[in-house]
Design a binder for this molecule. Structure first.
Ligand SMILES: [Fe+2]
Length: 372
């Protein structure tokens, strides 16, 4: 349980009553003055301290004299993201995060709101899931529809402690596209989103990316997007997909972020939960719209006034529609999971375009082998 404190700070607790192990919080989120265990109504303060034991006179003082409260977990924040750690001996978060100083903070995620949260269950190991999102080598083959607006030769950055990043140029046709002159429909759409009129644009398809960057800068102050000053031109258009070791990737954009969390299934190593959280920074301007790449349903409340409930989709239930690209990834990942079991498969052969996977998988191995 992650709990906002009276002083504005945040603490984390294991969601279990110290009395007889009943989970305390049963809802995804909410607000309480005190936590009450449903089993025997023991009460705890929001700082985890014991408030009240029901019929305390029926306990020997040796049993409850230590005033058993909620068990706390390590909890630290950076740039609006909360990290919990169940290993009391872990280094401080700021020392462990291998990303460049200030990189996360510049996005001002603390000024964004969750506007959509979808959790789907996939029939694969969580690492098979992560692998499919750590390279753009597969784009031309699995997601050919991205070719008109996305380059698939990306920059891959490796950082300490398993962190990594992939920078994918957007608002530009892939080098595999023959016509790089005419501005295709996808690029026109991205220009409109940046407040441009494609009919007035005289440049080629290859010049759209820079034009969009300039258009975005030109209107930033008026829209209250002052943090654009802290970004390079590339950060305004491209996908900076950042891997937070071990199981989170965040598509970092100044207007919003797309959080993917790969959560292992508690008992089945060949299942995982894919958590998709879309966060946006609300801009109160009729000419501004949330970027289309976020794939939000039309009626989504982007103001932050209401926090949506998590949409759950389990194996065997109605299939989630995650959009074309992600639907293609679900089919791929589940097939690859089956293929990994084949006697004919002897382990992955990684290219330079898969350097990010190698870096990440090597770090996983360090933990499995006891090197870390
Ligand atoms: Fe994919």
């Amino acid at each position: 349980m992650i709990v906002r404190q009276a002083d504005g700070g945040i603490r984390a607790f294991f969601n279990v009553c110290p009395h007889r192990a009943n989970p305390i919080a049963l809802n995804e989120r909410g607000s309480v003055a005190k936590f009450t265990c449903a089993f025997h109504a023991w009460r705890f303060c929001i700082d985890g301290k014991l408030d009240c034991i029901t019929d305390e006179h029926s306990f020997d003082t040796q049993v409850v004299g230590h005033r058993p409260g909620l068990t706390e977990a390590r909890c630290e924040q950076i740039g609006g993201l909360i990290f919990i750690n169940m290993d009391g001996k872990a280094p401080p978060l700021a020392d462990w995060i291998g990303l460049p100083p200030g990189y996360i903070e510049n996005y001002q995620i603390d000024k964004m709101h969750v506007v959509r949260h979808v959790r789907t269950e996939w029939q694969a190991n969580w690492k098979t899931g992560v692998d499919a999102f750590y390279e753009t080598y597969h784009l031309p083959h699995i997601h050919p529809q991205t070719q008109g607006v996305m380059e698939d030769f990306s920059q891959y950055d490796a950082y300490p402690n398993g962190f990594q990043r992939m920078i994918v140029p957007i608002c530009t046709p892939s080098h595999r596209v023959h016509d790089r002159e005419n501005v295709n429909e996808g690029l026109q759409y991205m220009m409109i989103e940046a407040g441009m009129d494609p009919a007035e644009f005289k440049g080629t398809a290859m010049e759209v990316r820079v034009a969009v960057q300039q258009a975005k800068r030109a209107r930033a102050k008026r829209l209250g997007l002052d943090h654009y000053d802290t970004f390079t031109d590339g950060q305004l258009t491209d996908s900076w997909a950042t891997g937070y070791f071990p199981n989170v990737q965040i598509g970092m954009h100044p207007e919003g972020v797309f959080v993917m969390r790969f959560q292992p299934h508690p008992t089945d190593p060949e299942r995982f939960f894919y958590d998709n959280m879309t966060l946006v920074r609300y801009v109160d301007d009729p000419k501004y719209s949330v970027p289309g790449w976020m794939g939000l349903p039309k009626d989504t409340d982007v103001t932050g006034a209401t926090r949506p409930n998590i949409e759950h989709h389990f194996v065997g239930g109605e299939r989630a529609d995650l959009g074309d690209v992600l639907n293609q990834d679900v089919d791929l990942v589940e097939a690859v999971q089956r293929g990994q079991k084949s006697r004919g498969f002897r382990g992955p052969l990684w290219s330079q375009q898969e350097s990010r996977l190698r870096h990440y998988q090597r770090e996983i191995d360090r933990y499995i082998n006891g090197e870390k």
